[in-house]
Design a binder for this molecule. Structure first.
Ligand code: GSH
Length: 251
């Protein structure tokens, strides 16, 4: 069976989960906790970032977009790429746009809050782990606070910068999808999947894989509230309702 080695909740990981589910590809998900994941993921893929996929033929691939495009090659239907070459380029350019600064700075804004909410951080990222591992992870979090700040470059302006960029991204999807409901042409493509998955951490969704654990920590709730009524956030919810398979195929 195909294996997806992943972090719960993470937006890049969500892209790979969504593509697998959209194409109805049976797979097993192997959840890791950020931090303790590094050794195993490095051994598997030669680098430490998730998602990583291992195909049944033994091929291993990292990088959310490379994974989605490889799935597209191996499982062409239903397609996530527009047939027209120009539209395809437009969709891939948008994938790059959302995967870049938007994804990194949005994540950083959330972590500005999460770093001071270790219980909540643990409830988000230790999903699927044994109680013993969750316990150790929770104990470890205050000790790695400084490391998290440095690795994500959390500085005094990070929150404002991330919030502004995320708002611009919501403005963009709201304006761009006004006519057809989609970012490129009039069909769901890799561009919509990417933009909706990347913005999902900033939207309170009912979808299990990206739903914030309840009760939501007050600082995270305040973060979500600032975008709750934005038409771009509504577009993300619509993409989930219309194009995210209600039952995932994973074992
Ligand atoms: N460009 C990569 C980014 C992946 C990424 O940043 N993954 C984060 C989780 S959101 C990660 O695994 N961080 C841990 C690490 O870098 O060791 C992709 O599209 O997959």
């Amino acid at each position: 069976m195909i294996e997806l080695h992943m972090f719960p909740m993470s937006h890049y990981n969500e892209k790979a989960r969504w593509a697998l589910d959209y194409k109805g590809i049976p797979h097993t998900r192997i959840p890791y906790m950020p931090g303790p994941h590094a050794g195993k993921i490095k051994k598997l893929s030669g680098q430490t970032q998730t998602p990583v996929i291992r195909f049944e033929d033994g091929d291993v691939l990292a990088g959310s977009t490379d994974i989605v495009l490889e799935l597209e090659k191996r499982f062409p239907q239903p397609t996530l790429l527009p047939a027209d070459e120009g539209a395809q380029k437009q969709a891939l350019d948008l994938v790059e746009k959302f995967d870049g600064d938007i994804a990194v700075k949005e994540r950083r804004s959330l972590f500005v809050h999460l770093i001071d909410e270790p219980d909540y951080l643990c409830s988000m990222f230790a999903q699927g782990q044994t109680p013993a591992k969750r316990f150790i992870y929770r104990r470890m979090l205050p000790l790695v606070k400084g490391m998290m700040r440095r690795s994500m470059d959390i500085h005094p302006d990070a929150l404002e910068e991330g919030n502004a960029l995320t708002r611009q991204a919501f403005d963009y999807v709201a304006a761009q999808t006004r006519d057809t409901g989609y970012l490129v042409g009039d069909q769901f493509t890799i561009a919509d999947l990417t933009a909706a998955a990347i913005l999902a951490p900033s939207v309170q969704l009912d979808y299990a894989d990206m739903m914030k654990p309840k009760p939501v920590a007050p600082s995270i709730q305040a973060y979500l509230d600032q975008f709750a009524d934005h038409p771009g956030a509504q577009w993300v919810r619509t993409m989930y309702e219309q194009h995210r398979a209600p039952l995932r195929v994973a074992a």
